[in-house]
Design a protein around this ligand. Structure first.
Ligand code: NBP
Length: 484
C-alpha cells in the first residue's frame, strides 16, 4: 500500500470548508476533503477543486487512511450537535496523539468539554475561531486556535501559512487552553456587533439630524477611513452607501430595517453577565438589534408617541460631522476596552494565560473587525502586557481626551433631537462611571440592608460586613453576605 500523503483532512464542504481547502492547497498542503453528504465531495473535486492536489474521501475510514501521522482532521460544519456527531465517529478511527480541530462557531463551553473528553482518550482537541467569511477563508482568515497545546507545533505551519498577514506577521497564534480560542472568537464577534452598531448610529445622525445625502455620507466615511477609523467595516459601509440597484436607486434605502443575529453577540453579553464584567456596549448592540426587529410595534408606536418638536441639528454641520467621528472613535475605544476586560476575567476564571497583544494582532487582519486601531491596541499591550484596562494606556488616554468634548456634544444632541444612540450613550456612561472614584452604590448598599438585611461595609473598614436596624423594629439579624 502506498504511503498516505494527506497533510490534513477537512470535513464540511460548505462555503467556509471549500474556501479553506483551496487556501491550504495554494500554500502547498495536501488536503483530504470529506462531507456528510458524500456526493458533494465528487462535485467539489470536479468543479472548484479541479486541477488542485485535493484528495477526495468516500468515507471517514477512507479519509483517515489517507492522512500522514499525527493525523490532523479539521471540522467546518454547523456548530452544535454536528460537531459532536463527527467527533463520536472519528474517535474509534484515530490514534493517540492525533488531532481534531473544530473551526466552526462553536460555544466555548462546548470546546472546554470536548477538549477534556478527547484528552481522556489520548486525542488532542483544538477549538479554533475562524473569521473573515468566505473571502477570508479563501485568501487569509484570522485564526484563533486554542485547546490542547501539544497540538500547536503540528498545526502551526498550516495555520500560520494560510492566515491573513499584518505586514509580515500572521494573524494567527496560539490563544490558550480549552475553549480559549472559541472564547476569543466569541468576543471578536461581540465587538463586531458593537462596531456595526456604532457605524449605524453615526449614519442615523448624519441622515436624520443633518439630513445628509447618501453620496455625502459615503464621502464622509471615505474621509474617516483615511484616519483613526480606517477599518474594513467603515470601508464596506461607504461602499454600501454608494451602491445603486438596477433601477438606479440606492439599495440601502429599500432594505427592511430589522437586524438579524446568529447568537455570538448574545453569547458575549451572557458571558459578561455571568462573569460580572460591564460589557455594556456589546449588550446594547444586541438589544438594538432586538428593538429593530420589533418593526410592527415601532411603526404603530410612531403613530401614537410624539418625540421632541425639533429633530434637526441647527449648528455648524461640518463641525458636527467631526464630532460624530470623534464620538464613534471614543465609543469604539470603550467597546474594545470592555471586550478585553471580559477576556481578562475569563482568563482568571479558567486559569488561562492569554496574550492580549497577540489577540489584537490576530484581529489586525483577515477578520471583519480588522482595522488600523488594532495595531494601536497591540502596541499598548506590547508596551505593558499587564495593562489592566486599555483606557489607562497613555495613547488611548490621549485619544479619548481628544474626543471627549465632541462625544458629549453628540450624545447630548442626540438625546435632545430624539435620535437613539444606545451605543454612543452607554459607552459614555461607562467612561464616566469608570473614571469616578465615588459612585452612588453606597445608597444601593444601604437600600439592600434596609429592606433585606443584606449588610454593607464602611469605607474605613472594608471587608467587615455590618447590618443596621434602620427602622428600629427590623431586628438585628442579617442575611448571609455573598456575591451572585
Ligand atoms: P454551514 O454552517 O452551513 O454548515 C454546513 C456544513 O455542515 C455542511 O458540510 C453540512 O453537511 C454540515 N452539517 C450540517 Br448543516 N448539519 C450536520 C449534521 N447534523 N451532521 C453533520 N454535518 C452536518 O457552513 P459554513 O457557512 O461553511 O460554516 C461552517 C462553520 O464555520 C460553521 O460553524 C459556521 O458558524 C462557521 N463560520 C462561518 C462563517 C461564514 O461566514 N459562513 C464565518 C466564520 C465561521 P451537508 O452538506 O451534508 O448538509
Amino acid at each position: 500500500m502506498s504511503q498516505p500523503t494527506g497533510d490534513i483532512a477537512l470535513i464540511g464542504l460548505a462555503v467556509m470548508g471549500q474556501n479553506l481547502i483551496l487556501n491550504m492547497n495554494d500554500h502547498g498542503f495536501t488536503v483530504v476533503a470529506f462531507n456528510r453528504t458524500v456526493e458533494k465531495v465528487e462535485h467539489f473535486l470536479q468543479n472548484e477543486a479541479k486541477g488542485t492536489k485535493v484528495i477526495g474521501a468516500k468515507s471517514l475510514e477512507d479519509m483517515v487512511s489517507k492522512l500522514k501521522k499525527p493525523r490532523r482532521v479539521m471540522l467546518l460544519v454547523k456548530a452544535g450537535q454536528a460537531v459532536d456527531d463527527f467527533i463520536l465517529k472519528l474517535v474509534p478511527l484515530l490514534e493517540k496523539g492525533d488531532i481534531i480541530i473544530d473551526g466552526g462557531n462553536s460555544e466555548y463551553k462546548d470546546s472546554n468539554r470536548r477538549c477534556k473528553a478527547l484528552a481522556a482518550q489520548g486525542l488532542l482537541f483544538v477549538g479554533s475561531g475562524v473569521s473573515g467569511g468566505e473571502d477570508g477563508a479563501r485568501y487569509g482568515p484570522s485564526l484563533m486556535p486554542g485547546g490542547a497545546e501539544q497540538a500547536w507545533p503540528a498545526i502551526k505551519d498550516i495555520f500560520q501559512s494560510i492566515s491573513a498577514k499584518a505586514g509580515k506577521e500572521p494573524c494567527c497564534d496560539w490563544v490558550g487552553p480549552d475553549g480559549a480560542g472559541h472564547f476569543v472568537k466569541m468576543v471578536h464577534n461581540g465587538i463586531e456587533y458593537g462596531d456595526m452598531q456604532l457605524i449605524c448610529e453615526a449614519y442615523h445622525l448624519m441622515k436624520d439630524a443633518l439630513g445628509m445625502s447618501q453620496a455625502e455620507m459615503a464621502d464622509t466615511l471615505d474621509e474617516w477611513n483615511k484616519g483613526e477609523l480606517d477599518s474594513f467595516l467603515i470601508e464596506i459601509s461607504r461602499d454600501i452607501l454608494c451602491f445603486k440597484d438596477k433601477d438606479g436607486q440606492y439599495l440601502l434605502e429599500k432594505i427592511r430595517d430589522t437586524a438579524g443575529q446568529k447568537g455570538t453577540g448574545k453569547w458575549t453579553a451572557i458571558s459578561a453577565l455571568e462573569y460580572g464584567v460591564p460589557v455594556s456596549l456589546i449588550a446594547e448592540s444586541v438589544f438594538a438589534r432586538c428593538l429593530s426587529s420589533l418593526q410592527g410595534e415601532r411603526i404603530e408606536a410612531s403613530k401614537q408617541i410624539q418625540g421632541p418638536s425639533k429633530t434637526k441639528y441647527e449648528g455648524d454641520k461640518k463641525q458636527f460631522i467631526n464630532d460624530i467621528k470623534y464620538a464613534l472613535y471614543a465609543s469604539k475605544i470603550v467597546s474594545y476596552a470592555q471586550g478585553f476586560m471580559l477576556m481578562r476575567e475569563a482568563a482568571k476564571e479558567f486559569g488561562w494565560k492569554l496574550n492580549f497583544g497577540g489577540i489584537a494582532l490576530m484581529w489586525r487582519g483577515g477578520c471583519i473587525i480588522r482595522s488600523v486601531f488594532l495595531g494601536n491596541i497591540k502596541e499598548a499591550f506590547d508596551k505593558n502586557p499587564q495593562l489592566s484596562n486599555l483606557l489607562l494606556d497613555d495613547f488611548f488616554k490621549k485619544e479619548v481626551q481628544k474626543c471627549q468634548e465632541s462625544w458629549r456634544k453628540v450624545v447630548a444632541s442626540a438625546v435632545t433631537l430624539g435620535i437613539p444612540t444606545p451605543a454612543f450613550s452607554t459607552a459614555l456612561a461607562f467612561f464616566d462611571g469608570y473614571r469616578s472614584a465615588r459612585l452612588p452604590a453606597n445608597l444601593i448598599q444601604a437600600q439592600r440592608d434596609y429592606f433585606g438585611a443584606h449588610t454593607y461595609e464602611l469605607l474605613d473598614n472594608p471587608g467587615k460586613f455590618i447590618h443596621t436596624n434602620w427602622t428600629g423594629h427590623g431586628g438585628n439579624v442579617s442575611s448571609t453576605t455573598y456575591q451572585a
